[in-house]
Design a protein around this ligand. Structure first.
Ligand code: ATP
Ligand code: MG
Length: 592
């Protein structure tokens, strides 16, 4: 279907008065110092992420407002008001104090999306303890590697996960002084230094004075998704909270009366920055679904929980699309007014699907573990160009650069001023949620910067209106017959074909033309992957992209290798194609 290249917003698209409407004016007026004024700060001039998220509201008008609402298949919903969250996080911080766990120590959490995960992350932040939530489906090896790298002193986990995954690797983690167990199965264990968290919490005081932290003190250690190689550990500071607040306002349009649902697990940066911190900062009620993806259930939650702002990911949207419009139409979305997506490029097809089937366009935004918060976004303040990741949020300067050949160790770049040229996406360094290092890898950190710019490793282009368009990861770009081809463009064209549910595109080495474009295609239910369909998809791609850019080869696959956060792992498609070692697969979906 031919569609216009822009989605113009009208009053009927805006169910609440947006937080902002004038992009240029807001950008001019904005300063990070100004943004900090929205927060309270500590009496000694410090800043603490946990205090701003919880105590600021618990001590004020929102004290009895529901902060977190947990839902699960088998358990009744459980709610925590800001005041209750304050008491619980105080108890947890006091437990840490009693155990001698202090500011700067490292705490890891390995648990499903249970209340204790949120309480321990926020309580640790208030104690000045650096915290890392890990994805609960990790197997023993990825758990041990992460705790070793972060020299974790404390691990909060459940008794079940402990028995299944941690007990056998405990000796590999000599830094670990305590394991605190959430009782799902009785909680008791005779293991040394393995304590029952509830017991400790019950005897701890619920009064705690937040440990003084400064904006530059480390707060969170986040591991990247491992899409392009072994995950890296990015260090984030308490000052990042200023960016969490500002982007919650600009890119997610959070209003205090919202009921908000971020579908990401806190094991990924999205699930922490925007699944824990940002919504609390804005005093909204967050839904936390303890279950995994299930299309029918997700539609039911949007309806019954009266979700107004929904932050999800392309993989989930593509799966909902795969189930078709009928399922979507069987459910209402009575309060939904804003949908955003992150993690991977969002195909224009998906943006339009939102508009046509859910009744709202989907706002794609771009950021990375390293950036700590949303950098480029489609926002309520301007029209959407489907397929574009939007424009830089206030406080962020983004540009396209070219790397220059030179002898030195550190990169040198040239800024490309003209629009519509592909190059590397770079950001002017210095925003509050920028990572402050890769743990134990200072050399790699240094190589991410040049002349005050942070080089993202992603390729993009900027159009004349200042919108940014994702081209591909630098590692994934295909070089064919002297052309540089971004896999995203090819995948988008394939996605337009009615039979295609998902597509992953790689460059396959070729002695004559460098690389040939090869596509792996997952079909929608009800389509048979036969030769006729293959030729039809090829013909469609040729028509849309021309013979040079269109795939030369298409194979149908039954599953797509994805990270646990749902990103297509093109490096695995390539390694498998070439029979090469698969490298670090700790974040691969389905791996143990
Ligand atoms: P690793 O760095 O370990 O290979 P990763 O880069 O996938 O993993 P994350 O920090 O979780 O780890 O993901 C950030 C990356 O995800 C971005 O650099 C970009 O490549 C991709 N990404 C995120 N959002 C978008 C988006 N809206 N459009 C296109 N790509 C996106
Ligand atoms: Mg990355």
């Amino acid at each position: 279907m031919e569609r216009p290249s822009i989605i113009r917003k009208t009053a009927s698209d805006l169910y609440a008065i947006p937080n902002w409407t004038d992009y240029e004016k807001e950008r001019q007026q904005f300063s990070w110092d100004g943004a900090r004024q929205a927060l309270q700060g500590l009496p000694d001039g410090g800043l603490n992420m946990g205090f701003e998220a919880v105590d600021r509201h618990a001590n004020g008008a929102l004290r009895d407002h529901i902060a977190l609402r947990f839902v699960a298949h088998t358990a009744a919903p459980l709610e925590l008001s800001f005041a209750q969250l304050q008491r619980e996080t105080n108890r947890f911080a006091n437990v840490l104090q009693q155990l001698g766990v202090v500011k700067g120590d490292h705490l890891f959490v390995l648990a499903g999306r249970i209340p204790e995960l949120y309480i321990s992350v926020l309580g640790a932040l208030k104690n000045g303890t650096v915290v890392t939530p890990m994805f609960s489906a990790f197997g023993p090896e990825p758990i041990a590697t992460r705790i070793q790298l972060g020299a974790g002193q404390v691990l909060v986990t459940t008794d079940l996960l402990y028995k299944r995954k941690v007990k056998q690797i405990r000796e590999q983690m000599p830094s670990l002084r305590y394991v605190l167990l959430v009782a799902e199965d009785g909680g008791r264990t005779n293991e040394p230094a393995t304590l029952d968290l509830r017991q400790l919490m019950d005897s701890a005081s619920d009064i705690f004075s937040t440990v003084s932290t400064m904006p530059e003190d480390p707060a969170l250690l986040h591991f990247t998704s491992g899409t392009t190689g072994a995950p890296k550990a990015a260090i984030h500071v308490h000052g990042a909270v200023i960016a969490h607040y500002a982007t919650g306002q600009y890119a997610l349009d959070l209003h205090p009366q919202d009921r908000y649902w971020c579908t990401a697990d806190p094991g990924w940066v999205t699930g922490t920055s925007y699944g824990i911190i940002a919504p609390l900062l804005h005093g909204v009620t967050s839904l936390i679904d303890r279950e995994e993806f299930d299309a029918e259930r997700w539609y039911r939650l949007l309806e019954e929980e009266r979700i107004s702002v929904w932050y999800t990911a392309p993989t989930a949207i593509r799966m909902l699309m795969k189930y078709g419009a009928t399922l979507a139409q069987q459910h209402g979305r009575p309060a939904l007014r804003f949908i955003a997506s992150v993690g991977e490029p969002l195909n224009p097809e998906a943006v339009w699907w939102g508009k046509e089937v859910l009744g709202l366009p989907i706002h794609d935004n771009w950021w990375q573990t390293e950036t700590g918060g949303i950098m480029i976004a489609n926002t309520p303040a301007f029209d959407i160009k489907p397929g574009s990741m939007g424009r830089p949020v206030p406080g962020i300067e983004a540009m396209i650069v070219e790397r220059l050949e030179h002898e030195g160790e550190l990169p040198r770049v040239r800024i490309i001023d003209s629009p519509d040229v592909d190059g590397e996406l770079a950001l002017k360094a210095g925003w509050p949620s920028m990572f402050r290092g890769y743990l134990n890898n200072e050399a790699r950190y240094q190589k991410c910067f040049s002349d005050g710019l942070y080089l993202t490793g992603d390729l993009a282009r900027r159009d004349a209106d200042g919108y940014f368009w994702f081209v591909g990861r630098a590692d994934d770009v295909i070089k064919s017959s002297g052309h540089l081809i971004g896999p995203f463009e090819v995948e988008n064209a394939l996605m337009e074909h009615p039979a295609v549910a998902e597509a992953g595109v790689i460059g396959k080495p070729d002695p004559v033309i460098g690389e040939v474009v090869k596509a792996f295609v997952l079909l929608k239910d009800g389509y048979a992957g036969d030769e006729i369909l293959r030729m039809d998809i090829l013909a469609h791609a040729r028509k849309r992209l021309g013979a040079v850019v269109a795939p030369k080869e298409i194979v149908f696959v039954a599953t797509m290798p994805r990270t646990r956060s749902g990103k297509i792992m093109r490096r695995l498609l390539k390694a498998r194609e070439l029979g090469l070692p698969e490298g670090d697969t700790s974040t691969l979906e389905g791996s143990a």
